[in-house]
Structures are given as C-alpha cells and as structure tokens.
Design a protein around this ligand. Structure first.
Ligand SMILES: O=C(CO)COP(=O)(O)O
Length: 258
C-alpha cells in the first residue's frame, strides 16, 4: 500500500522567530515537495503562533512536542490540548524518550495522553507515538520486548477506527542526538515488527499507519533509511534546525513516491 511520506521536525527546546521564517520560506519555495510529502513542524509551543502566521496556506502542518492529559487547571508550565490546538497544532508528539527519561512520562502516563488526544474535539488531532529501546536493552536482546510493551500500553484503549489518527515513530534512544544512526536494516527490522504487531491487533487498519524513523537522521543517511519498505519518513531533531539539511531529508522522503 502507498502511504504518503511524512517528515516531522522536532525542534526540541531550540529555534527562534528568525528560524521560523527561514525554514517556512525554504519549505514553501518547493511546492512540489509539499504536494508529495506531508511536512510537520513541532517548534517549542511559544513559537506556534509565529509558525501559524507563516503557514497560512496550510501547506506546512504544525505539531506540539507534548501536552498535558488534563484539559485545563492548575498545572503550572504545562500546555493543554485546547491551547496547542488553538495555536495551530494538528499533531502531538507523545512519549518522546526525553520526556520518558527526564519528565516522568511512564507508559501509563503516555497511555493517558494518547487517550486524551484521540478523545479531543472529535479526533481532530493526530498522535505521534514515540517508542524506542535504550542501548543496554538492545545489547541484552530486549529491543522487541521493550517496543511491544510501549505499544501495548500506549494503544491499549485505541480502536481500529481511531488508528487513522495515529503515527508511530521508532526512535532508538542510543541514536538520538548521538550521531549513531540505526542502520537501515536495524531500523527496518523494528519497523516490520511494529507493522506486524499492529496488524495482529487491528487487521487491515494497520496498513495506513505511517511508521517514522528518528535518531540522527541527516541529509546523507536519509535516502538509505527511506528506501526501506516500512520506513515511511522521519522524525528529525538536530537536522531540522538547518533548512538546507531538512529540505534534503524531505526530498529523500519524496523519492519514496517514485
Ligand atoms: O529525538 C529526535 C527527534 O524526535 C531525534 O533527534 P536527532 O535527530 O537530533 O538525533
């Protein structure tokens, strides 16, 4: 099945208004690219309004890096779904390893966030569920066990109908920001496992779910990664802060369509 390639920029706690204009202009200069590839930018939440002004043609889509599972209340420093949605976000990253490791996002909390996003306002938001093993878990042969646990908990309450609003990003923790990319074969093996697992749970609905690879994706390694059958695009950290590099990565995803 032909899935539209998807590339998501995760700026993490980086970027600026100036970079917002630069990247938006670079992306908009290549209209053919934006027809073929769905491009989503997840800036820090305070930059969402600046991005909203840049992408008034809806050609680039916006996302939030995280949200709180509560819709409002006394949660100092947090962002709710109504707030990020009003600021233009259509996608929400959930369970990024940096949130799992440093900010208390347990499997259960990830599940609560997934449930709240899919229940929000008639399912207008998409979940980008991040999963991935740590280096010692890969070394001890537990990669698949960890991924299965993360998927099973996060998606426990998700129906086949809701799966159309889910993207899964495989981000091996040892490859994030380290320059150590998973080889295309290592990534494809895990993506095939994820696809099979989704098929067992959801039958045909699993075919529509975009599976992204993230972890030190750069302009030079993206073509080989995106040539794999179950790698539908990427979740890009550092290289998304460099317009030239990010565009080259998006073009590598575009090549999946030919
Ligand atoms: O964590 C990532 C994207 O969410 C990957 O980050 P890097 O591309 O900087 O390794």
């Amino acid at each position: 099945m032909q899935r539209q390639p998807l590339v998501i920029a995760n700026w993490k706690m980086n970027g600026s208004r100036q970079l917002t204009s630069q990247l938006a202009q670079a992306l908009r200069a290549d209209t053919g690219l934006l027809n073929d590839v769905t491009v989503v930018v997840c800036p820090p939440a305070v930059l969402l309004p600046a991005w909203q002004q840049e992408v008034f043609y809806d050609d680039v889509h916006l996302g939030a890096q995280d949200t709180n599972e509560n819709s409002a209340g006394a949660h100092t420093g947090e962002h709710s779904l109504p707030l990020v949605s009003e600021a233009g976000a259509e996608y929400v990253l959930v369970g990024h390893s940096e949130r799992r490791q440093a900010y208390g996002d347990s499997d259960q909390r990830v599940q609560a966030k997934v449930d709240s996003i899919l229940a929000f306002a008639g399912q207008k938001l998409k979940v980008v569920l991040c999963v991935g093993e740590q280096e010692h878990e890969r070394d001890s042969g537990d990669t698949v066990k960890v991924i299965e646990r993360q998927l099973a908990t996060a998606l426990a309450n998700v129906s086949a109908g809701q799966l159309a609003h889910v993207v899964v990003a495989y981000e091996p923790v040892w490859a994030i920001g380290t320059g150590k990319t998973a080889s295309p074969e290592q990534a494809q093996d895990v993506h095939a496992f994820i696809r099979n697992w989704l098929q067992q749970q959801y039958d045909a609905a699993a075919e529509t779910v975009p599976l992204l690879y993230g972890g030190s994706v750069k302009a030079d390694n993206a073509p080989a990664l995106f040539a794999e059958s179950d790698i539908d695009g990427g979740l890009i950290g550092g290289a998304s802060l460099e317009p030239e590099a990010f565009l080259a990565i998006c073009r590598a995803a575009q090549a999946r369509r030919s």
